[in-house]
Design a protein around this ligand. Sequence first.
Ligand SMILES: CC(C)(COP(=O)(O)OP(=O)(O)OC[C@H]1O[C@@H](n2cnc3c(N)ncnc32)[C@H](O)[C@@H]1OP(=O)(O)O)[C@@H](O)C(=O)NCCC(=O)NCCS
Length: 231
Amino acid sequence: MPAPAGVAVSGPRRVTRAAPALGCHGRPRIDSGDGWDVLGVIGDTSRVLLSTDRLTIRRFHADDAAALAAYRSDPEVARYQVWETPFPLERAVTLVAALASGDPEEPGWFSYAIDLDGTLIGDIGVKLHRNRRQAKIGYTLAAAYQGKGYATEALTAFLGHLFTERGLHRVSAGCDVRNVRSARLLERLGFQSEGLRRRHIWIKGEWTDDLLYGLLASEWRACPSAGDEPA
Ligand SMILES: CC(C)(COP(=O)(O)OP(=O)(O)OC[C@H]1O[C@@H](n2cnc3c(N)ncnc32)[C@H](O)[C@@H]1OP(=O)(O)O)[C@@H](O)C(=O)NCCC(=O)NCCS
């Protein structure tokens, strides 16, 4: 059971969220218990990256393979993603094994599990640039867990981690122009629209238009509901 909001827990720093309060761009405010500030932390020895009111963002482990294969095999979930369905269990086993032992500090793609009370409900992907100051993000929720604010909650905490703990300068994201839920999520998180790449990504038999978004650390920090309080 998650600890009550504002109660310290051992291990990774807990990120609490005042349920109804929305900050800049509709992002949920993050309350660490001592004012509006953020965010999560990482113990090297822990598999948990950070916690929010409802969720844990953690490393993948072998037991996640079946759930990962199940939600990635859902044609609706995969509609605007590059993978094909069904997503074979063997592929999921290989993927979670690589993620379980991989180094998230290294440039390239890495993914974290979004966990709701012990159930894998989705994942956050982050592609760290070689300069380690920029990254792209991606995200997926199993269909049953969409429309409940989980992606906003997980990504608000995760962006805080990227900007505050890892010192990133910029985070980029993109989505198919028809993926309105994804675009809405990015805008809710404070991402700025940066254009559209026409017929840029090959997804499920067609060239697709790709909306571009970016969020700067300065923009994140300027919003007192998210990154550190401005000085
Ligand atoms: C993109 C994706 C993660 C967005 O998921 P989502 O459920 O829309 O986003 P959230 O989890 O933040 O939920 C927000 C919705 O929950 C609603 N909501 C319900 N209860 C809520 C609560 N307690 N707190 C906050 N929001 C809540 C919000 O009103 C919002 O609905 P709206 O967009 O209709 O206004 C999801 O659609 C997905 O996984 N798609 C498939 C994979 C994919 O395409 N990934 C992106 C590739 S670019």
